[in-house]
Design a protein around this ligand. Structure first.
Ligand SMILES: Cc1cc2nc3c(=O)[nH]c(=O)nc-3n(C[C@H](O)[C@H](O)[C@H](O)COP(=O)(O)OP(=O)(O)OC[C@H]3O[C@@H](n4cnc5c(N)ncnc54)[C@H](O)[C@@H]3O)c2cc1C
Length: 323
């Protein structure tokens, strides 16, 4: 019988919402193979988070919890070692999770340690060994069949809905071995403090491109972002030019997002940018060039300069909100 092990990331005493699509992908693999779903919670003291996951159940046979001080702060090396240990202990046939920046780093390492195959960024499950994934910056989809055990996967977060909670699942403690972090040590962490939601979790994103002209001009987009209660994003041209920090970059080599509303301001719509946001439910483009490729994807387009539209739009949104 197949055993599908999905690795979760937690925040405080719960699972991160970004981990939920990985569970759905795991559920689909378990269903396709007639197997069991198992969840894995890792951390220095993840008992509370594991309880919260177990209460929601998600159709899992068990929620495995492995505690070790070596697992926090996150290093891909220690996590990969822990995942390998859990996969072996459980006899997992499939191991994966959402393609977050952490698991994109840890899961391929774990696959390499086990000399096992990996399907990265799956967007659909065709069967227990065949997955669909985008290639060429999303220009094409590829069905990838992999051979070996266990099969590793990462699931693209924007392509799998969050799973519904189900009957509670039991928590099973798994003893942590001495984890090998290959000598890697986290010396310091500089957190970006922001009152705004994380880009990958926001329901509304306002993104600016090179056409914003300067970092100072992004203050106009920040006002609109805050009026909408959203997150600020940017194109790579804007981050490369130093207008805004690199962690705001949306696209093939930045964050993959799928908010309910994505407002692209002064962004031309290069394929690499679209690769990161085309899954958004409603796309609004504001660009002074009527020929800009972003208009081909946008649900609503406004051919205008941002200077003439953003302050007025912000005013209207703020007035509507406070009405
Ligand atoms: C391997 C690789 C990976 C990449 N990864 C990414 C990625 O992850 N994310 C990403 O974004 N890009 C990525 N890029 C870069 C990508 O190809 C584009 O260069 C980039 O997206 C362009 O950003 P932009 O639309 O802001 O700038 P531009 O293409 O220069 O467009 C600026 C737009 O602003 C408009 N504009 C100018 N002034 C105004 C105004 N006053 N009001 C309204 N509109 C105005 C213009 O009409 C124009 O359409 C990648 C490229 C490569 C080769």
């Amino acid at each position: 019988m197949s055993k599908v092990l999905v690795v979760l990331e937690t925040a405080g005493n719960g699972v991160r919402s970004t981990s939920l699509p990985g569970i759905t992908c795991g559920q689909q693999i378990a269903k396709a193979t007639g197997g069991e779903l198992h969840l894995l919670v890792l951390g220095a003291d993840p008992a509370g988070a594991a309880q919260a996951v177990a209460a929601a159940g998600y159709g899992a046979k068990a929620v495995h919890v492995m505690a070790s001080p070596a697992l926090e702060p996150f290093t891909a090396e220690a996590w990969a070692d822990a995942i390998v240990h859990a996969a072996r202990t459980l006899g997992a046939t499939h191991v994966g999770g959402t393609a977050t920046s952490s698991l994109r780093d840890a899961l391929p390492r774990a696959a390499a340690l086990l000399d096992a195959p990996l399907c990265p960024e799956a967007v659909a499950v065709k069967s227990g060994d065949t997955f669909t994934r985008p290639v060429s910056a999303g220009r094409a989809l590829l069905d990838l069949k992999v051979k070996g055990t266990p099969i590793f996967f990462t699931a693209r977060g924007t392509e799998f809905e969050a799973p519904a909670a189900g009957a509670a699942a039991p928590v099973a403690a798994m003893a942590a071995p001495a984890l090998n972090n290959l000598g890697v040590q986290v010396l310091s962490i500089q957190k970006t403090e922001s009152a705004r939601p994380a880009l990958t979790e926001a329901r509304v994103i306002v993104s600016g491109g090179r056409g914003m002209g300067s970092g100072a001009n992004f203050a106009h987009l920040e006002k609109l972002t805050d009026a909408l209660g959203g997150a600020l994003g940017a194109s790579r041209a804007a981050t490369d030019a130093g207008m805004v920090p690199a962690d705001l970059q949306v696209g093939q080599t930045g964050k993959i997002v799928a908010p309910e509303l994505y407002i692209a301001v002064a962004i031309s719509g290069a394929i690499q940018h679209l690769a990161g946001m085309k899954g958004s439910k409603v796309i609004v483009a504001i660009n002074k060039d009527a020929e800009a490729p972003i208009f081909q994807l946008a649900d609503y387009g406004l051919v205008a300069k941002w200077e003439d539209t953003i302050p007025r739009l912000t005013q209207l949104v703020s007035a509507h909100r406070s009405a």
